[in-house]
Design a protein around this ligand. Structure first.
Ligand SMILES: Cc1cc2nc3c(=O)[nH]c(=O)nc-3n(C[C@H](O)[C@H](O)[C@H](O)COP(=O)(O)OP(=O)(O)OC[C@H]3O[C@@H](n4cnc5c(N)ncnc54)[C@H](O)[C@@H]3O)c2cc1C
Length: 398
């Protein structure tokens, strides 16, 4: 049992996991103090629009807030933005702020998410994770500007599509043989090759970037096989690094890289230290459906995990069981992915890939392990249930 459903709960990180946990603590009856500490100076916001409507200038920051300012007041949640937790003393039950203040806690939640990974350091390199990254990149993405996006994963592909929408000349470079390699089986990766091509994005796959240098005002990207590309702007989108350093320094167990890294938690969000919980992108949790452990980097997962752990901190003891689900908007199309699709899975497609209207089921020995779809949200919802039930496709698909 958590130590208290009253007392002071400190939440480190005011992203969707932290905000959801704060709300869930209150609605589950926690009547003590809730202090939400966020490094970003912003009122908490929804991150997914950053690579879509925000970078394209279609929405302003105030249109993507997670909650209105008054919500924090009515919920009696003390939101402090622009403060950074520097360390946690799990024996003294205290967090220390970089601003020189100590905050004692009865329970603490680490919801520190992650940061953009960038193995290169040239001054012209841009990454996109926060609203603070937007103004400079947005100013550079004028029509006719040449841009190289390194990494055709979820965020890189979205940035490429957004930049094309703004009239930029876009080159997209990917190490794997096909785009979205962590999410899509080869047939569907090929569909994205065709989509990028038809939208005028110059996609190159099987590219291992060796260096990025700033040469006379142009960014030059060189691959290990001698190929090179140059552009006015380079955006590196090669994944994120979970912010585990606080936990690591406090002696809290970190999951192995093989399991996906992150702070190891149990099904209730507890870490290896007493009264310390973790949630969202930074947490590595038991996979209640397939066994083993995993770390998820999707919006809805972070939201629901934050909610679940918040409830558990308020003494409602419910293990977190969820089949991952995410979406990605590229050009005019929304992709939805659920479960744990692997390149080795058997693929059964209903609908038409060419028309971008399909649901593809991914099977392991006939059992549904994942689904990928465009234009068929109902099918994805249904498939999500089948994945949770370990259903055989030939028994459920009529
Ligand atoms: C550009 C972009 C587009 C995306 N699009 C999609 C999408 O279309 N679909 C989808 O499913 N997912 C998408 N995602 C992923 C999704 O946004 C994340 O899974 C989600 O934001 C994770 O939430 P979180 O609260 O766990 O972490 P985060 O959102 O990373 O929030 C953690 C917060 O903690 C703060 N913090 C860190 N360390 C400290 C500290 N020491 N002290 C105080 N505060 C600290 C950070 O500054 C940050 O504000 C996207 C992500 C990005 C970056």
């Amino acid at each position: 049992m958590p130590s208290s459903s009253s007392g002071r709960t400190v939440i480190i990180g005011a992203g969707i996991a932290g905000v959801s946990a704060a709300g869930a603590l209150r609605s589950a009856g926690h009547d003590g103090e809730i202090v939400l500490l966020g490094h970003e100076p912003e009122l908490p916001y929804r991150r997914p629009p950053v690579s879509k409507e925000i970078i394209r200038g279609e929405k302003a920051a105030d249109e993507i807030r997670i909650k209105k300012p008054e919500w924090y007041e009515t919920q009696a949640i003390t939101l402090r933005t622009g403060v950074t937790v520097e360390s946690i003393d799990t024996t003294a039950h205290t967090v220390y702020l970089a601003e020189g203040e100590d905050v004692a806690y009865d329970q603490v939640l680490i919801a520190t998410g992650g940061r953009a990974r960038s193995p290169w350091t040239a001054s012209g390199i841009r990454t996109l994770r926060t609203l603070a990254d937007v103004p400079q990149l947005q100013a550079e993405l004028a029509a006719g500007t040449s841009i190289i996006v390194v990494g055709a994963g979820l965020i890189g592909s979205e940035i490429a599509a957004s930049a094309r929408g703004l009239g930029c000349e876009v080159t997209l470079l990917e190490t794997a043989a096909l785009p979205l390699p962590r999410l899509l089986p080869p047939e569907l990766g090929q569909m994205y090759v065709d989509l990028h091509k038809s939208e005028g994005t110059d996609l190159h796959t099987s590219v291992t970037v060796e260096s990025i240098t700033d040469e006379n005002g142009q960014n030059v990207v060189r691959a290990d096989d001698g190929r090179s590309w140059s552009a006015q702007v380079v955006v590196v989108a090669v994944g994120m690094v979970p912010n585990v350093e606080l936990a690591e320094a406090a002696g809290i167990e970190i999951a192995t890289a093989n399991d996906g890294g992150g702070i190891a938690v149990d099904a209730h969000g507890r870490t290896s230290a007493p009264d310390v919980f973790a949630a969202g992108d930074v947490a590595n949790l038991p996979n209640a459906v397939l066994g083993g452990r995993h770390r998820v980097e999707h919006w809805q997962g972070a939201q629901n995990h934050g909610t679940s752990v918040g409830k558990n901190m308020a003494t409602v003891e419910t293990p977190f069981v969820e089949v991952p689900w995410c979406w990605s908007d590229q050009y005019a199309h929304t992709l939805q992915v659920t479960g744990w699709p692997l390149a080795t899975h058997e693929l059964v497609v209903r609908g038409s890939l060419a028309d971008h209207d399909f649901c593809a089921y991914l099977l392991e020995d006939g059992v549904v392990r994942g689904a990928v779809a465009m234009g068929r949200p109902g099918d994805v919802r249904t498939a999500r249930g089948w994945i949770a039930e370990h259903a055989r496709l030939d028994e459920v698909l009529t």
